[in-house]
Design a binder for this molecule. Structure first.
Ligand SMILES: Cc1cc2nc3c(=O)[nH]c(=O)nc-3n(C[C@H](O)[C@H](O)[C@H](O)COP(=O)(O)OP(=O)(O)OC[C@H]3O[C@@H](n4cnc5c(N)ncnc54)[C@H](O)[C@@H]3O)c2cc1C
Length: 475
């Protein structure tokens, strides 16, 4: 049906149904605002369809196969075979359940859903193209808008994505066969999560990274543990090299060519090349300029701590608004945007936004590192608990890593934490709560923790910072 040029109105228009957009829309509707959510592709955005959820499904599947095949030390003998087609089918089932859940939740909360691609006509109107032959478009006017159009993988020159040889992260999450040799360009969190996954599925993985280490934002002793474990899984690292081009190899595979800053060239034989060098905001086709919105030199929409752009009534949340480009940050921003629109005194507090890397072992961080606390003028006190002193870690067979807690010596306030080890992505939530609540080391140390659990290590780290650790030597 061609809707034609009839203009309908909505109080709140949300563009993009990823974790930023759908959460903003649901909260706006809960606030009693007439809310419309426009999505051009699939409910749940990158997170549910080709990011967090599918990657974690494959990490679980590959991890299970690897664990079962490597548990002779605890008397378990198994030689698991992975049916990749079945694993992908299972992963797709998880994605389908979640994405249809998002659609149902939106409807149940009274959000009007429109499928199509939105682009601004001016600062209070968008045109939504329904796509497809004869589908037409419609015009919507709004009082407030939330741009939540997310991000896409960055392509590097000469490495245009093509499923048969140059993979984006989305391709790597959909492949139903495991390549014998996988070249990964980029040692950031997406590259490292997928490198670990594919190494566990049996691929020979080579990581090419321009910098001199993986996982740039993390502390040296945190990344050292992840790098060492990846090497044990057979991942080969080449640092200080940039991917320059690829060519076909006589063996039917490909050669991944690299170059150092000094011009030294190397090539590596691979069967697929995964390019994971970061993500860029999706603003093309959105006509932000028509609404008077400017983007920064990397294309991100600039916002203040209440998610407001420079144009009255228009907000931006999630990846399109820049760092931290994480699903939970997007959702948090979505809630703030909706509440600000509803006239509530909401604002972003970036201090307690945790981050997790689902490598083996996992990394979880929140708040300040010791160096950051120092730079911010605190007198940091640090406590640590290594997992090799944790009874629960020993019973899981994974004792690498540690919990580190950073606090202000004068007040005892917990300022941050860095965890590397099993379940770090879950454990960091406790430190995040402490930072958010303004809890002190004493609060954490005095909280009785279940035994035997990995979470006890958080309590022990807090005790260690206070010079009162029982199970480790005090610093
Ligand atoms: C492989 C991978 C693994 C990841 N793992 C994690 C993780 O473990 N934890 C984590 O926190 N984050 C992770 N992320 C990042 C996370 O996916 C993003 O931070 C998150 O999806 C951002 O949410 P968003 O709502 O801003 O945008 P998106 O999820 O990108 O959603 C934007 C939506 O807008 C739609 N859209 C775009 N333009 C228009 C338009 N003009 N009109 C209508 N609709 C439009 C798109 O189709 C899309 O559905 C991962 C990402 C990848 C790629």
């Amino acid at each position: 049906m061609v809707v034609g040029d009839v203009t309908t109105g909505t109080e709140v228009l949300v563009i993009g149904a990823g974790p930023g957009g759908y959460v903003a829309a649901i909260r706006a509707a809960q606030e009693g605002l007439d809310t419309t959510l426009v999505e051009k592709d699939a409910y749940g955005g990158a997170c549910l369809n080709r990011g967090c959820i599918p990657s974690k499904a494959l990490i679980t599947g590959s991890g299970l196969a690897h664990e079962a095949g490597n548990a002779e030390f605890m008397g378990v003998h198994a030689d698991p075979a992975v049916d990749m087609g079945k694993m992908i089918e299972w992963k797709d089932g998880v994605v389908d359940r979640l994405t249809s859940g998002v659609e149902k939740l939106c409807k149940a909360n009274g959000v009007n859903l429109i499928e199509g691609e939105a682009s601004f006509v001016d600062e209070d109107t968008v045109r939504v193209a329904h796509g497809g032959e004869g589908q037409g478009s419609e015009t919507l006017s709004f009082e407030h808008a939330v741009i939540a159009t997310g991000s896409r993988p960055i392509q590097i020159p000469g490495f245009e994505f093509a499923e048969d040889h140059v993979w984006s992260s989305a391709d790597a999450l959909d492949a139903d066969t495991v390549p014998d040799r996988l070249g990964v360009v980029g040692g950031g969190y997406i590259g490292m999560e997928l490198a670990t996954t594919y190494a566990k599925l049996g691929a020979d993985v080579t990581v090419i990274e321009m910098l001199d280490d993986i996982l740039d934002p993390y502390e040296d002793d945190v990344k050292r543990i992840v790098r060492k474990r990846a090497e044990e899984l057979g991942v080969e690292f080449h640092f200080g090299e940039g991917a320059s081009e690829w060519s076909e190899a006589p063996d039917g595979g490909y050669l991944l060519h690299t170059e150092t800053e000094e011009g030294e060239e190397s090539s590596y034989g691979v069967d697929k090349i995964l390019v994971a060098v970061g993500r860029q905001p999706v603003t093309d086709g959105l006509g932000v300029g028509n609404a008077g919105i400017e983007t920064d030199d990397r294309g991100f929409v600039e916002t203040d701590d209440r998610t407001r752009t420079a144009v009255e009534g228009i907000h931006a949340v999630g990846d399109v608004a820049g760092d931290p480009m994480l699903a939970h940050a997007a959702s948090n921003e979505g809630i703030v945007a909706a509440e600000v629109i509803a006239g509530e005194p909401a604002a972003l507090d970036r201090q307690a936004v945790p981050a997790a890397v689902f490598t083996d072992p996992e990394i979880g961080t929140v708040g300040m590192t010791e160096a950051e606390a120092d730079d911010a003028g605190f007198d940091p006190v640090v406590g640590e608990m290594p997992f090799n002193a944790s009874g629960r870690a020993m019973t899981t067979g994974h004792t690498e890593g540690f919990v580190r807690i950073v606090a202000d010596d004068e007040t005892g306030f917990v300022l941050g934490g860095q965890i590397v080890g099993g379940e770090a992505s879950e454990l960091i939530a406790e430190v995040a709560l402490a930072v958010e609540m303004g809890a002190t080391l004493e609060d954490v140390a005095a909280t009785v923790h279940t035994h035997p659990t990995l979470a006890e290590a958080v309590m022990e780290a807090a005790e260690n910072a206070r010079g009162q650790a029982i199970h480790t030597l005090n610093r």
